[in-house]
Design a protein around this ligand. Sequence first.
Ligand SMILES: Cc1cc2nc3c(=O)[nH]c(=O)nc-3n(C[C@H](O)[C@H](O)[C@H](O)COP(=O)(O)OP(=O)(O)OC[C@H]3O[C@@H](n4cnc5c(N)ncnc54)[C@H](O)[C@@H]3O)c2cc1C
Ligand code: FES
Ligand code: FES
Length: 1304
Amino acid sequence: MLSQNHLHVSLLYIVLLTGTKYGCGGGGCGACTVMVSKYDQLNNRVLHYTVNACLQPICTLHGAAVVTVEGIGSTKTKLHPVQERIAKAHGSQCGFCTPGMVMSMYTLLRNKPHPTMEDIREALGGNLCRCTGYRPIIDGFKTFCDVSNAFNLFPQASCLIQKELFHMDNVLPLDPSQDLIFPPELMIMGKKRACGSLCFQGDRLKLISPVDLTNLLELKTEYPEAPVVVGNTTIGPNMQVKGVHHPLTIYLFVIYLLCVHVHAGVSMGAVCTLSSLKEEMERAVREMEAERTRGYQALLQTLQCLAGKQIRNMATIGGNILSANPKYDLNSVLAALDCTLQVMSKENGTRAITLNEELFTGFGKTALRPDEVLLSIDIPYSKPWEFVSAFRQAQRREFAFSIVNAGMKVLFREGTNIVESLNIYYGGVGPTLVKVGRTCQKLVGRSWGEDLLADACRLLEEEVELSDSAHGGKVEYRKTLTTSFFFKFYMQVLQELRERVHIQDSALKPFKNEVPQGHHSFQLVSNAQSSQDPVGHPMMHQAAFHQATGEAQYYDDIPAVQGELFVFMVTSTRAHAKIINIDPSEALGMTGVVTFLSAGDVPGQNRRMLFNNPEELFAEEEVSCVGQIIGAVVAESREQARRAAQMVKVTYQDLLPVFFTIEEAIQHQSFFDPKRKLERGDVDKAFETVDQILEDEIYLGGQEHFYMETQGLIAVPKGENGELELFVASQHSAYTQEVVGITLGIDSNKITCHVRRLGGAFGGKVMKIASLSAITATAAVKTGRPVRCVLERGDDMLITSGRHPFLGKYKVGYNNDGTIMAADITYYSNGGCTLNESLAIMEKALLHMDNGYKIPNLRGRGLVCKTYLPSYTAFRGFGGPQGLMVMESVLHEVAVKCGLPPQKVREINMYREEECYTHHKQLFSPRDMLRCWDECLDKAGYHDRLQAIQQFNTSNRWKKRGISAVPMKFGGVCSDGAALVNIYKDGSVLVAHGGTEMGQGINTKALQIASRILKVPMSSIHIKETCTGNVPNAAPSAASFGTDAVGMAVKDACEKLMRRLKPFMENHPKYTWQQWTVITAMARFTALILGTSRSQVGYPNAVTVWVSRGPHTDMDWENSEGPAYYYFTFGACCSEVEIDCLTGDHKNLRTDIVMDVGRSLNPALDIGQIEGGFVQGIGLYTIEELQFSLEGVLMTRGPSQYKIPALCDVPPQFNVHLLANAQNPHAIYRSKGIGEPPVFLASTIFFAIKEAVAAARRERGLGDSFPLSSPATAERIRMACEDQFTEMAPSPKKGTFKPWSINI
Ligand SMILES: Cc1cc2nc3c(=O)[nH]c(=O)nc-3n(C[C@H](O)[C@H](O)[C@H](O)COP(=O)(O)OP(=O)(O)OC[C@H]3O[C@@H](n4cnc5c(N)ncnc54)[C@H](O)[C@@H]3O)c2cc1C
Ligand code: FES
Ligand code: FES
C-alpha cells in the first residue's frame, strides 16, 4: 500500500536506514542524495546517477538498484575512501549534509574515477551545507583528482607555524574494483524489459507505468487528467510541499524511451533528462563546426547553472517545457531557437507544434490536449549568419530559479549587418513565456548599430508589461534586466560581427564558478608538550566517521517506538485577530487521527517564560502573527497528522492595528520595554565643533537559520510515576526540561531530556524548541503514547523565525581628515510579536557599536519594535553582526565624504593605546586587533591589489571590482559549565557534560582536554550524549561560550579524579592506567567493606560544576558602564569582489582572514568555525532575503525561494590564518570562543560590493554616496549601478500601487 509519496519515508524508514537525511522535501538541499543504478538497454550499459530521494517515488525505482551511504562503507566494516577523506579533511561539522555530499562524490567516482576539479564542483552543486563553508569538503574530495600532490598544497613553512590541517598518510586508496556491482538479477530483468505495465495502488494514490507508447496513449485517453510524471521534480514538490493531490499519475520509465536522433538538428526524446541533454549538447559542440552549434552553446550556458546535478539527473526536457513555469529556463532559449515539439495522441496520431508563446496558455498550462503526450523536441542547427545567446539571473548563480531568463537569436542577411529575423523571448516577466514580437518585427531590416540599440531598448520598455504589483515583486529590477540582457546580446553580436575572435569586453562573459581553495596557518604546539597530548592539534571531529557513514543518530533517526504517534501544528493564518472558534471536528473524523490539542488541554501553564517575558504555547484568545501555534493534531502517521491539521477550522475576527515593518512600528511608537541607551562623552557638544555632520541610515534584513535538520523531538511517557523522556533537538536541554515541567505541572526530576547531536542550530534551537517540546509532551501525556514532532522545512521557517532585521539611523560628526569625533546611532530591531531574547540581542548590538574604533563621543540607543510577525530570536552573533555593521557603514560613508580610502579612515579611528576603554568603560588592550589588521592587509596584499583593482575598473566598462577590509572586536561571555567524568575498571572513561554537540566540535575539544589531564588516549574516552539526568541545570550551548564553560568543567572534573588517583599512582608507579583504575576501584570496595570513608580512598567518578571565575562581568545600563565581557576576540578580514553592472550578479574573488582565537585548542575546528561563520555571513550580507506578503505571511519558506550560500558563493581564494602568539588568560588553556565572531567579517563582501558599485557610478558621473541595504542582492546591486537601463524602469510612487512584498 502506498501511503506515502516518498522513497525516504517509505523505503528508508521501513528498513531503518537513516543515513539519507531529510532536509527540505523539495529537492532543494541535497541532504537526501542517493545513487540510483539502472540498466540502459539502448546502450547496453549500467547508468549510475544521483537523485534526491525526497522526490523519487519508491515505486518508480522498479528494476533499479539504490545505493545509500550505508551501502558504501561503515565504521563497523570498512570506510569508503570518500567517507574517510571528507571526515579527515574536517568536512563534516554537524554532519547532516555529509551523507548527501558523500553520495554525490561517490557517484561521481563510480562514473569517473579520476575526476577534475570542475567535475567535483558540478557534482556538489546540488548539495548545501550550512556549517562548513564548503572549503574543507572540497579539500577532502580534491584528493581524488589527478592533480599531483593536490592534497599537499601548503608544505610546512616554519617550525612555529603549521599549514596542513590534515594528512594523507594512511588514507585508503580508491579501488573501484571494490565497488558494489549492479545486481545481476536486475541486469537480466533490464535486458528482458517486457515486464508489462506496472500498477501501484495506495490508499490515496495510484501510479501506473505503461509498458510502451501505445499503452501510454491508451492510458492518457482513459485518464486525461492524470499527469505524466517522469522526473517528478515539478509534480513532486507540488504534491509534497504545496499539498497538490493527484489521485492517479502515469509514470514513464526514462531509459527505454530515451532517444536521441540527429537529422536537421538534434531531436531529443521528451523523457531525456537535463543531464543527458547537456551531454548531448556538449558532444555536438565538441564534434561539429562552431557555426552550426551556436544555439547549442547558448543552451549549454543555461544548463550549466540550471538546478543541481541531482535535479538535472531526474528532471526531463519534456517536463521542463510542459511545466509551463516562466521561471524555468529552457523555454525562452528553445523558443528563440525555433524548436518544434512532436506530440501524439491515440485519437489524432502525431502532430508538430512550434515552441513559442502560443504554447503556453497560463501559468502551468499548455495548449496540449489532455490526451496528448510529448514525444520529442527538435532543436535545429544554427544557420550561417545566425547568432544566439541565453541569459539568466537568479538570487544565487547556481542552484536557483531564475528571476528573469531570456533567449535571443538574430539572423543577418548574408555578408551584412542587416537583421533578417530576430527572436527574443523572456521568462520571468509574466505568468507565461513572453515574446517581444513587436520589438523584433520593428528591428527587422535595420543595421546592427547604436540606433538599433536605442530603439530596441525603447521598444522593449514599451512591450514588456509588468505591473507594479506583479507576482514575485522586484519589478523595476526585472524590467531593467530585460534591457540589460538585450544590451549584452547586442554587444556580443557586435563583437562577433566585427570578427573579433576573442571577446574582449568582460561584460559579455558570465562569471565562472570555481571551487574554493585556501591557505591556512596556525601555531604549532610547543616542543615541550607531550606527543600524547592532543590539545592544540588539528584533531578530526570525534563523530566525523559516523557522520560520513550515516551511522550518526539525530533525533528523527531514532526508530519508531511501538504505538508512536505524530503531532502536527495548526498555525494562525492571520497576523492580528481574535480567535472566535476552533473547530477540529472534520480533522478528528479523518483516518488515523487520535486527538486535537489546544490551550485548554495543557495540564499546567500554557506559558513559556524567559526573563519574565511570557509566551503562550497555544494562542488562547488572540493571535499576533501568522504562524503562531493555535493547536496540534495527533495522528498515527505524519501524513495523516499533516492532512488533518489542514482541516482544522479556525474562525477569526481581525483586529487593528496590524503592521509588520520597522518603519510602521516607529510610526505607531510600538516598542518593547526597556529601551536601552549607552553614551560616552558629550555627543551633542561635539557636534558643535566638528568640520562636517552626516545623517543617514542603513537597513539590514533578517536571516533564517536554515540549519539542515529541522526542529523536532520525540516524547516518550514512561508509564511509571509520570516520568517522561524527550529526545530533542535542543541547544538548551535544561530549559526545555523546565518548560515541559511547568507545562505539564510535574517536577523536573521526572523529565529527562536527551540530546545526542543537532544537525546545526546557530542559536535557533534554544527557545521555540522548548515550546514544541511542551506541546509534544502534552500530546504524549494526553494519549499515553510516544509522540514524534518533526517540523517540515516550510513550517520550521514560518514558526521559528530567525535573525532580527535592523535599521540603524545615525548622525556622525567628523573632521575633514576622517577623524570621527561624535556619533549618535539609534538602532531599531524588528522583534516580532513577543520580546523573547530581543532585548539581550539589542544590548549586544549596542555593546558592539564601537567595534575597534575610539570615537570619543558616542551615543547608542536601542529600541526593539513590536510588530505582528513571528518573534525574532537568537542567531549566531546575537546582534553583534548588526551592531557592528551599522558602525562600519558610518566609517565607510565618512570615508566617501572625505574622499579617503575607507581603510585609511578605519585606521585613523582605531583604538591604539595599550590600555583602552570601550564606550561602556571596559578596559582592554587592542594590541591583538591591530596585529590581526596589519597581518591581514599584509597577507592579502591589500595595497597592491587596490591598485590592480583601479586598473581593472578603468579598463572594464560593465564589470567592476571592489576591495574592503574591516577589523573586529567581539565580546566573549562565559557561563558556568558542568561535567561528569566516570572512570571504569577497564580504564575506559565516560565524559558527560552540559554542552550540546551541534557541529562546532565541543565533544572533540572536551575529549582533548580530558585526554590531556588523564593522560589517556582520546580513543579511551567516550561521550555519549547530553542528558539532563547526568548533568542538571546546564547552561545553553550558545554565544560561543560552550567550550569555555564545558572545557573548564571537564578539566576540573578530570583534575579532581587525578588527585584521587594520585596516591595509587605514586604507590605503583610502574602500573598501567588500567591497573590504577582497577586498584582504585578495588580499594574503594575494600574500604566499603572495612567501613572506611570513601573520600579517604577516592572514587573514580567526578561531577563538577565549574563556576566561571574570570573577571567580573556586569553591565550598568543606567550609567552606561560596566565590564560586559570576559574578553574580546579580535580579527580582521579583507575581501575582493567583482560585480556585473548589467545584471547585478557578483562574484566573491578572494577573502583573507586573520583571527585571534587565543591559543587554539583545535585549529582545524576553529578554522572550520571561522570559515563556516564567514560563509553564513555571506548569506546574511549578500544573498539571503526573506519576503513577506502585505498580510504578514512569510513567502520564502524553503530552499527554492530562500537561498543560503552554495559552493559557487565561496571565494575561490579563501585564506584563514590564526594569529600566532595570542593569549587569553580567561578561558580554557588560553583559547577563545570562536563560534559567533566570524559572521560579521563577511561584511567585507558587502563593502567591497559597495566600492565596486561606486566605481561604476563614478564612471557615469554619479555620486559615490548612495543607499545600499543589506543584503546586497543582485537586484540591489543592479539598481544601484544606475544607468540608461535603470532609468527606463523608474520606481513607482509609494502609495500608487500594492507591492508584492514588503521589507520588514
Ligand atoms: C530544487 C529544484 C531546482 C530547480 N531549478 C531549476 C532551474 O534552475 N531552472 C529550471 O529551468 N528548472 C529548474 N527546476 C525545475 C526542473 O527543471 C523541472 O521541474 C523539470 O525539468 C521537470 O521535469 P520532470 O521530468 O521532473 O517533470 P515532472 O514533474 O515529472 O512533470 C512536470 C509536468 O510535465 C508534464 N509532462 C512531463 N513529461 C511529459 C510528456 N512527455 N508528455 C506530457 N506531459 C508531460 C507532467 O504531466 C507535468 O505536468 C528545478 C526543480 C527543482 C525541484
Ligand atoms: S531533502 Fe531532498 S533535497 Fe532536501
Ligand atoms: S556539516 Fe554540512 S550542514 Fe552541518
